[in-house]
Ligand binder design. Structure first.
Ligand SMILES: *[C@@H]1O[C@H](CO)[C@@H](O)[C@H](O)[C@H]1NC(C)=O
Ligand SMILES: *[C@@H]1O[C@H](CO)[C@@H](O)[C@H](O)[C@H]1NC(C)=O
Ligand SMILES: *[C@@H]1O[C@H](CO)[C@@H](O)[C@H](O)[C@H]1NC(C)=O
Length: 233
């Protein structure tokens, strides 16, 4: 029986190390962030920091696990210490965005969660408004490609117009009807959220926009984030 016992011990260690390391690998994903706009984008990612992406350029970002988000910043200027401002999506005036926060509205937001068993969750949210059209898709053709390519800047209602984008109504009106801060049970679509949804059918357009706008894709697949998929901004 002895050889079998040793064998089962080494199997035990193999099993334990598999349990520890395979999930770390399984959760990891690469995000290829492409700037298809005809202007420079300062991409922001938490985790990940920031990167200037000239027209036609790509930033390949590896994320090992956890939740995060990616967005475009426009009209930025930073000094040699990486301190400055952006017209849209500014993250505390830093070139390298930190922590797990968001940028200043308005900005179109790609969100993901890489820690849900063997699936990754992803969505586009307009809860921070809209600045740049976006497609957020998986490299697996079996998973949904989320399309946010409507011209929400030119068609933006006057009340929501922002330099370089279109605000979400919560940012402008700061009322419970639009923000749903106190309670999500009465949170409903509004004429403004329906306008936003019209340009980005697959996106969250208000805080409680149904489960249909969050997508799942088996882990092991990577993601593409394309700014201005239709070309110029
Ligand atoms: C960049 O700007 C910040 C804030 O104004 C300042 O503290 C820092 O010294 C500046 N760095 C350079 C290299 O100019
Ligand atoms: C949306 O609804 C508000 C409040 O009912 C109204 O004042 C506003 O004009 C509407 N805006 C649009 C773009 O329909
Ligand atoms: C980008 O394209 C738009 C629309 O074609 C055009 O109006 C704008 O001038 C272009 N911007 C640059 C920097 O080329």
């Amino acid at each position: 029986m002895k050889p079998f016992k040793n064998l089962s011990i080494s199997f035990f260690y193999f099993f334990v190390s598999t349990l520890i390391f395979i999930p770390l690998l399984a959760y990891a994903a690469r995000f290829d962030i492409k700037n298809n706009c005809n202007i420079t984008i300062w991409a922001a990612a938490v985790p990940g920091g920031g990167r200037q992406i000239n027209p036609g350029g790509t930033w390949s970002l590896e994320v090992t696990r956890g939740n995060g988000h990616i967005w475009a910043r426009t009209g930025c200027s930073f000094n040699g210490s990486g301190v400055g401002t952006c017209q849209t999506g500014d993250c505390g005036g830093l070139f390298q965005c930190q922590g797990r926060g968001y940028g200043a509205p308005p900005h179109t937001l790609a969100e993901f969660g890489l820690s849900i068993a063997d699936s990754n969750l992803y969505d586009i949210s307009l809860v921070k408004g809209f600045n740049v059209p976006m497609i957020f898709s998986s490299t697996s053709l079996k998973c949904t490609s989320i399309d946010c390519t409507g011209d929400l800047i030119r068609n933006c209602p006057t009340e929501l117009k922002a330099p370089g984008g279109c605000y979400n109504p919560c940012t402008v009106f700061k009322t419970e009807e639009y923000c749903c801060d106190a309670s999500i049970t009465n949170c409903k679509a509004t004429n403004y959220s329906m306008f936003l949804k019209g340009g980005c059918p697959g996106a969250y357009s208000f805080p409680v926009d149904g489960k249909l706008t969050q997508y799942m894709c088996p882990s092991g697949n990577n993601f593409n984030v394309v700014f201005c998929p239709l070309g110029s901004l």
